[in-house]
Write a protein that binds this ligand. Structure first.
Ligand SMILES: Cc1ncc(C[n+]2csc(CCOP(=O)(O)OP(=O)(O)O)c2C)c(N)n1
Ligand SMILES: [Mg+2]
Length: 1034
């Protein structure tokens, strides 16, 4: 076990006792082993040594003091002279066998209710001098005082540049920061104290006066930086932070660094000023009040770049975004400025407002002299929604770069104070932090904490002291810093970068600032925050403050300042002039994930075949049906694997094999496949079993699809945390990095996808249109009415269909069916919505995602009962070369189409119910059943073929979903416009509906009602009385 872990575990009296027992004469590492064994053995605890017992039962021992005393004790063990003589005496006495209260005696104290109420019984056998005892007690108190500053100093730090709000919403002074709490007073200030090993405030000095101790603690912990780190459960990490803030001069910058900082502040400030001057009535969500954000990000990037990072992905909200694009990413100023004019877009896409746009650039970092790629991910208004998308993108970038520990790839996430504490996706994203298949090994978070969210002040928008408290859950250190001290900001940013590099964990920099304007530049903040804005009006911009500071310090003179201001002013004017010459805007300039050459080699309107060679199929099924020698497989799974082989032999393979063949074939062709979601490794319905668990050895697993060939691509299948919003966002981000991949997110039940609605609406459905960003992400959504109640029946296909961009009418007389019709439809659609009924069809659909010459998200309603349905099988030939995805599966069993009186179109699992019911009522020659497997883009051409085959027949759309749900409202206008305009026989017909009535709830919770409704639907569809379905069971 890690030493730090042990120490933390000891931070309670009982654990302290254990450590003392085993620590006597033992090394730290053996100590840790012994500690765990002693903790697990009550007997051994009962027989602990008297030394430990003595300490454990001291009345002064509590959770806080124990860690100090342990430090002292360890130090004393190594070298008795390393601790004060009073401690030396105390530990000697303890080891000599003094019981609790006997090793020293503290003097009585005056203050009541304080921790200083140390009263012990008189000594018996040992009587050290009363001076020594006094001194031990006072040292102990001073150590506690130091620890209290380390723990709570931030509560009284000077964090608010306005001086009106306390950043932690509490303006009281924690009592443990007062001398009186320990029974100390001003009279003690000049007494000398040996510093404990848990502080670096002394530098080379081991002894300081109490006055100096308090002064130093105040300047470190209660000045413009508030450091929250004592919640970390790792002692080494705490020590690391202490060193970086407590050591004298730790936070100082060189003159050169100060000048760089000043120049960056000029850019940040003057950029906003310039926009305000040129476009006074445009919304831009300026950075005024937090201008230091630009130098802060740049400092994080510089430091990280020096530490080896070469790719940074940034997620950020509206505030200051243009400034970041201009001054951090160095998007050409004229390109940014041209966004303020009303110019026609010159390329595809519907575009987005300027403060949502992304960008991706690669350039030399001047400070580190290393190349660095910086991407800002485009995002919607929906605050924090981009967080998981950024994390997924970072994860994928590192994956493809082989940067497994994220040494070279990292995320920077920016947040507003209100959104950071208010939005649940923040927590969901943090929760991915340490999960093996999701971790990005730490992100750096920067909070623009302007102490307001639109018109709501923090006292009404959060219930926790700081807006950053969510980060404590995952053990982030949190650095709060007053933006009026830009040098302090630079220091925390450097420490944050170094922290991330060292510990590969998240870190938060809380920039406590203000918002000089209203929520946007057109808003009047005095309506709601009159006092705050009076104060803001009287507050000088940080550039003025810092300018004065560097001149006073002699870092720069007036002339230098003037020159720098003029230089940047000229840059802005030149850019403005250039922007006037721009005649169009290009959405492509704002692409955050460009796939430069990938599609250039492909015919844009050709969908290659998706069948595979028989040999490949045999190999995959062979692997998918076996485990390595010596692997202890569950008995039930032995049967499952055997069954897989048998299905192939019987020429009738099931869903799990169809899926495995799709993944396996892509993997062997070099395409990375990633399947993520809740319980996906086994599969919610236990059909998949892609990760087999040895029954005798913990964590020994076998993943057959990762064992297909040496040269295969990686298959990642990972059970996710119980989140939809963050995990779907993550997978979307992952899918944005390399088009040669199949990235799939599966919902436990399709219904649950609605907790990720923002990712679906704002990114997946509209992402390409807004940001010309393609994604081939697949969403697998279990769907189907099987009597499982309102929440486990419907994946809400109607919603996905309603968001399709396809026109719901067609002029069939003019449409050019055949040729490139199918490819063109796919090219134009915003996403594909499918509901497959055969293993072969899901196989082809998944493969088509990768063979298509472009990328489209694909939403698939997937089955539950069909996973085991004896008819939902495919013959081997349906997977082989020459076979392809069937957008419509026509009726194939009717020999004489003229007998057909009714053609039933349907989609998904209801098909099998209809097949069985049709047989039950003996209508196999009169009723034709056609399956629409791809609902969107709507297969007009194939649907027309089906209608034309039966020109006299009635056309019915059957569905098990309620009338206001399912596919009906989507297909109805399409069928009818097709039939109205086609010139083939049977034109002019309309399609009628057979299914459940409209409803507010997706499905009944009552099994009986479910069966009644299902029977009703079947009787309507087949046009038979309900009584004829008596005894029928689907
Ligand atoms: C999910 C979501 N809900 C509501 C809004 C509307 N909205 C836009 S900005 C804003 C206030 C944000 O405050 P904060 O996070 O502190 O950022 P600031 O604007 O202060 O920089 C709100 C409520 C939004 N954009 N996203
Ligand atoms: Mg805010």
């Amino acid at each position: 076990m890690h030493r730090a872990g042990v120490l933390c575990r000891l931070a309670s009296p009982s654990r302290m006792a254990s450590s003392m027992r085993v620590g006597m004469g033992s090394t730290r590492s053996t100590q840790s082993n012994l500690v765990s064994s002693s903790l697990s053995s009550p007997k051994s605890i009962r027989h602990q040594s008297s030394a430990a017992a003595a300490v454990k039962h001291e009345q002064f021992m509590n959770g806080s003091s124990s860690i100090y005393i342990e430090q002292m004790y360890e130090s004393w063990q190594r070298d008795p002279s390393s601790v004060h003589s009073s401690w030396n005496a105390y530990f000697k006495n303890v080891e000599a066998g003094c019981g609790p209260g006997q090793a020293f005696q503290a003097p009585p104290l005056s203050s009541s209710g304080s921790i200083g109420q140390i009263s012990v019984s008189p000594t018996r056998d040992v009587s050290p001098s009363s001076d020594a005892i006094h001194s031990v007690a006072d040292h102990l108190k001073v150590q506690l005082l130091i620890r209290s500053y380390q723990t709570r100093g931030h509560n009284i730090a000077d964090l608010d540049p306005l001086g009106i709000n306390s950043a932690d919403l509490d303006d009281t002074v924690p009592p443990e920061l007062e001398l009186s709490f320990y029974g100390l007073s001003d009279a003690d200030l000049d007494r000398q104290f040996l510093l404990p090993p848990t502080t670096y405030i002394g530098g080379d000095e081991k002894i300081l006066s109490l006055r100096e101790i308090v002064n130093r603690l105040k300047s470190i912990y209660c000045n413009k930086t508030g450091i929250e780190y004592m919640h970390l459960t790792n002692f080494e990490q705490q020590e690391w932070i202490r060193k970086r803030f407590e050591a004298p001069k730790a936070t100082e910058l060189s003159h050169e660094q100060k000048k760089v900082l000043f120049k960056r502040l000029i850019r940040s400030t003057k950029f906003e000023e310039f926009l305000a001057k040129k476009w006074p009535s445009e919304k831009r969500f300026g950075l005024e009040g937090c201008e230091v954000l630009i130098p802060a990000i740049k400092q994080v990037i510089d430091s990280s770049s020096s530490l080896g990072v070469d790719s940074v992905v940034i997620g950020m909200p509206h505030r200051g975004r243009l400034n970041v694009l201009a001054n951090v990413c160095r998007q050409p100023l004229s390109t940014i400025l041209s966004q303020f004019s009303t110019l026609e877009p010159a390329d595809e896409g519907s575009g987005d407002v300027k403060y949502h746009l992304g960008v991706c650039i690669e350039r030399l970092n001047r400070q580190s002299q290393r190349n660095i790629k910086i991407a800002v991910v485009a995002n919607p208004s929906h605050l924090e929604a981009v967080d998981p998308v950024v994390m997924g993108k970072v994860r994928a970038e590192a994956f493809y770069a082989g940067d497994n520990k994220h040494d070279r790839t990292m995320a920077i996430l920016m947040h507003g104070d209100a959104a950071f504490s208010g939005q649940g996706v923040v927590m969901e994203t943090f929760n991915l932090d340490d999960l093996p298949s999701y971790t990005t090994h730490g992100a750096i978070h920067l909070v623009v904490n302007n102490q307001i969210g639109f018109t709501t002040d923090p006292r009404f928008s959060r219930s926790s002291p700081y807006c950053t408290d969510v980060g404590r859950v995952v053990g982030c250190p949190i650095f709060h810093v007053n933006v009026d001290d830009p040098e302090a900001v630079m220091h925390v940013c450097s420490v944050a970068s170094e922290w991330r590099k060292t510990f590969k964990r998240d870190v938060i920099v809380d920039l406590v600032c203000y918002r000089r304007q209203g929520h946007n530049e057109l808003d009047e903040p005095m309506f709601t925050q009159p006092l705050m804005y009076q104060k803001i009006k009287a507050t000088k911009p940080v550039l003025d403050i810092y300018q004065k500071h560097i001149i006073q310090e002699g870092v720069a003179n007036e002339q230098y300042v003037k020159d720098e201001l003029t230089k940047y002013g000229q840059i802005l004017e030149d850019a403005y002039e250039n922007a006037q010459k721009v005649t169009f805007v290009r959405n492509r300039d704002w692409l955050d994930s460009p796939w430069d050459d990938f599609f250039k080699k492909r015919d844009p309107l050709k969908i290659p075949s998706t069948g595979i060679e028989e040999e490949k199929m045999n190999h995959i099924i062979e692997k998918f049906s076996s485990v390595p020698e010596g692997f202890n497989l569950h008995r039930g799974l032995e049967r499952t694997l055997k069954g897989r082989k048998q299905m192939q032999a019987d020429d009738s393979v099931d869903w799990s094999i169809g899926e495995a063949l799709a993944f396996g074939s892509l993997l062997t062709e070099g395409t990375h496949v990633r399947l993520s979601g809740q319980d996906v490794e086994r599969g919610t319905f236990s059909h998949r079993h892609h990760v087999l668990h040895d029954q005798k050895e913990d964590l020994k697993v076998y993943n057959p699809l990762n064992d297909l060939a040496e040269s295969q691509a990686t298959y990642t299948v990972c059970n996710s945390s119980l989140s939809e919003y963050a995990v779907l966002g993550f997978e979307l981000g992952y899918s944005m990095v390399d088009p040669n991949s199949l990235v799939i997110w599966e919902a436990q039940f399709g219904d649950f996808s609605n907790t990720a609605q923002c990712i679906i609406d704002q990114f997946i459905s509209s992402g390409q249109s807004k940001w010309i960003r393609q994604s081939g992400l697949v969403m697998l959504l279990p769907h189907g009415y099987e009597g499982m109640g309102p929440e486990h029946s419907s994946a809400r296909p109607e919603r996905f269909l309603q968001m399709c961009n396809e026109d719901d009418t067609i002029d069939a007389s003019k449409a050019a069916f055949g040729g490139t019709f199918e490819a063109q439809q796919l090219h134009d659609t915003n996403w594909i919505v499918a509901n497959c009924t055969t293993p072969a069809n899901i196989f082809h659909l998944l493969r088509r995602q990768v063979t298509m010459p472009f990328r489209k998200p694909c939403i698939v309603m997937t089955p539950k009962s069909l996973l085991r349905h004896p008819l939902a099988r495919s013959p081997v030939s349906h997977f082989l070369s020459g076979s392809k995805f069937q957008r419509v599966i026509p009726e194939n069993n009717i020999s004489n189409p003229s007998n057909v009186q009714r053609v039933i179109f349907c989609t998904g699992k209801v098909y099998y119910d209809l097949v069985a019911a049709r047989k039950h009522v003996g209508k196999e020659n009169e009723v034709a059943l056609a399956r629409v497997e791809q609902l969107s883009p709507f297969p007009y051409d194939l649907v027309m073929e089906e209608c034309t085959k039966y020109p006299q027949a009635e056309l019915v759309w059957a569905q098990e979903e309620h009338k206001n749900m399912g596919g009906w409202t989507f297909v109805q206008p399409r069928f009818n416009s097709l039939l109205a305009t086609c010139t083939q026989p049977g034109s002019g017909r309309v399609i009628s509906y057979a299914g459940r009535l409209p409803s507010a709830s997706p499905a009944t919770g009552n099994k009986y009602t479910h069966y009644q409704e299902q029977k009703e639907m079947l009787s309507k569809t087949l046009d038979v009385p309900k009584s004829s379905l008596e005894g029928f069971k689907a």
